[in-house]
Design a binder for this molecule. Structure first.
Ligand code: FE2
Length: 281
């Protein structure tokens, strides 16, 4: 028998800043707790260049994956492997830091809106030291499922309604979809019962449903308990949200800034490797 997912926790995004001074709304993250295997979710959403112009100059990562989803704007990624990727409106960058990557993420605009997300997904212990990998996924290659009177769904990772997103084969089996609902429209999704599942509202509001015991406002995340069915509905304003689900790793997490490992010793090693210029060697 199908079991309905139930609301477990609501997390309000906190305004913060990162990089060289980029304004962000952080929901999942170290100060508010992680939602295994998701380590962090940042939304950037501003029309004020002062909030983004400084960007993210060169910095390292080790031990996890970063997913950048650009809703509106233009950023340039450059890394020590020689990758250079332009992220424009609707594009996705999926980067596996693995044993190490050093990159910068800099805005390529001096005015106008900059909107999007960065999600950090943990890697299992056995994959933390694998070689770094990087993929740019153009918006035109990301499928959108849309029919009259039905939800608009952009499928970035995993499957929705039989449509496969471009990211497949990640061991935490992530589902990453962007969902737009007209006012009052319902949305149902079946999910592997034991996978972590959460939504983050970035336009409008979600109404209370069988899965969501209270309305979920803008810039709030809802984390759901186990179950194989998720049932959501837009409020009278409509709603747009990310639905994120993945297999939890249930491994110890030790984080030091941009390094996420399983033990303190591994973090010390990452810091030493970075200082000696062999983080990604
Ligand atoms: Fe980064």
């Amino acid at each position: 028998m199908a079991s309905m997912r139930q609301l477990q926790q609501i997390i309000r995004a906190q305004k913060t800043s990162d990089g060289a001074g980029v304004s962000l709304y952080r929901s999942i993250g170290s100060s508010q707790g992680r939602v295994d295997p998701f380590l962090m979710l940042d939304e950037f959403s501003t029309e004020n260049p002062d909030d983004y112009i400084a960007g993210f100059p060169a910095h390292p990562h080790r031990g996890f994956e970063t997913v950048t989803y650009m809703i509106e704007g233009h950023m340039l990624h450059e890394d020590h492997l020689g990758n250079k990727g332009h992220l424009r409106s609707g594009d996705v960058q999926w980067m596996t830091a693995g044993r190490g990557i050093i990159h910068s993420e800099m805005p390529q605009q001096e005015q106008g809106a900059m909107r999007g997300f960065q999600l950090w997904i943990n890697l299992p212990a056995v994959e933390k030291m694998k070689p770094a990998g990087y993929r740019d996924i153009a918006s035109s290659t990301i499928p959108i499922v849309q029919a009259p009177g039905q939800p608009w769904v952009k499928v970035i990772a995993g499957d929705y309604d039989g449509v496969q997103g471009p990211i497949q084969g990640v061991s935490t089996q992530p589902l990453f979809i962007d969902v737009k609902l007209e006012p009052g429209m319902s949305f149902e999704q079946s999910l592997p019962a034991k996978h972590t599942a959460m939504v983050y509202v970035f336009e409008g509001e979600l109404a209370a449903t069988a899965s969501l015991s209270q309305a979920l406002p803008l810039k709030h995340a809802a984390v759901f308990g186990e179950g194989d069915q998720l049932c959501l509905q837009a409020s009278t304003q409509g709603a747009r949200f990310l639905l994120l689900a993945a297999m939890p790793l249930r491994e110890p997490v030790v984080q030091y800034g941009p390094f996420v490992m399983n033990t303190r010793e591994e973090i010390d090693q990452a810091i030493r490797d970075y200082q000696m210029g062999r983080l990604a060697a």
